[in-house]
Design a binder for this molecule. Sequence first.
Ligand SMILES: O=C(O)/C=C/C(=O)CC(=O)CC(=O)O
Ligand code: CA
Ligand code: MG
Length: 420
Amino acid sequence: MGLKSFIEVHPDSHFPIQNLPFGVFKPEPASDPRPGVAIGDHVLDLSAISSAGLFDGPVLKSSDCFIQPNLNKFLGLGRPAWKEARATIQKLLSSTEPALRDNASLRQKALVPMDKVEMLVPIAIGDYTDFFSSMHHAKNCGTIFRGPENPIPANWFHLPIAYHGRASSIVISGTDIVRPRGQGHPAGNSPPYFGPSRKLDFELEMAAVVGPGNELGKPIDVNEAADHIFGVVLMNDWSARDIQAWEYVPLGPFLGKSFGTTVSPWIVTLDALEPFVCDAPKQNPPPLPYLAEKISKNYDISLEVRIKPAGEEHGHVVTKSNFKHLYWTLTQQLAHHTINGCNLRPGDLLGTGTISGPEPESYGCLLELTWNGQNQLSLGGTNRKFLEDGDEVIFTGCSKGNGYNVGFGTCSGKILPSPL
Ligand SMILES: O=C(O)/C=C/C(=O)CC(=O)CC(=O)O
Ligand SMILES: [Ca+2]
Ligand SMILES: [Mg+2]
């Protein structure tokens, strides 16, 4: 493992010096939001490090990108800035570097206990797109919604399908989610149901954070797409299955998805994930040339979902999956998104789609786990078909290295009842 911080980091921590994920936080309720990096149980205040003149590399020396309420300016600077920032922070936090270690007043200013801070959505999200890139999820949903004959649509193996999501309702982990009301599928000849969703679900996803992006009309080559992905977060694409099933023909998800999407606060960089690269699944039929990449990378990231009913202390694990099950890679998603000339901008968010694995224990949503409510899922003392008011859904994600973790922390949200 080698690299070590002067800050004590528990071996189980998601945030050792090998990780260094970026977020935005407020040290006190009245303070201005500012960028930070997680280290063990602490947050390193990048505005304090920047003000102290410690970002002294060629790209960041005279930049105010860390004196900002979000990470968009930093993301817009691209990979040279990201690499320089990571190298500077890793050096400052290392056990052998005195600049911060031996400066008590700077440590006092710049290192804040994580349990004292408020985390915010770290980027201003202009646009949010959600892909559909797990073959297992596509097959299961297709079977449930459209029947077992041809569950996977003919286009699915040729392009990463997506829908345009709603950026305004993306919230940070810990924010309550109000059960949406809407129209559900009519039964027989009766009019459609209207009321609180009866089939509220989570979707286990991750999402790529984009920067710097492209000019309108100038697509990004798939082999250069990684330079436009800063990092990834956990994402819950809350979904009301009854609303979705009735509204989505022919234009796709709308109100069944747009009532809320939760993201985890810490963006884990692709640089930190590099030791966990694994081969992406072999694609057959081979993709068209604009989607054929020289190196097709996935990441080995273990994912887990717990549901914690109201009044219970611990959640029950309902599924375990892995990022590596995705068929279409992040870079193929990004290249496909721009192939028609569409421009991506710093801070745009690209959801991977629900990450279901091949086994029933690895399905990424209740729609699949209970087969649209046909089966009950046991949560110890109680059962679930879909989410109930008071349920908290907690995602975790972690890659295990040799003696250290590169983790994502948690992405959680609790369901509140619909308004009357
Ligand atoms: O197959 C369908 O009709 C619907 C699928 C989804 O709801 C999934 C979606 O949001 C994309 C994804 O998460 O993979
Ligand atoms: Ca989704
Ligand atoms: Mg949603």
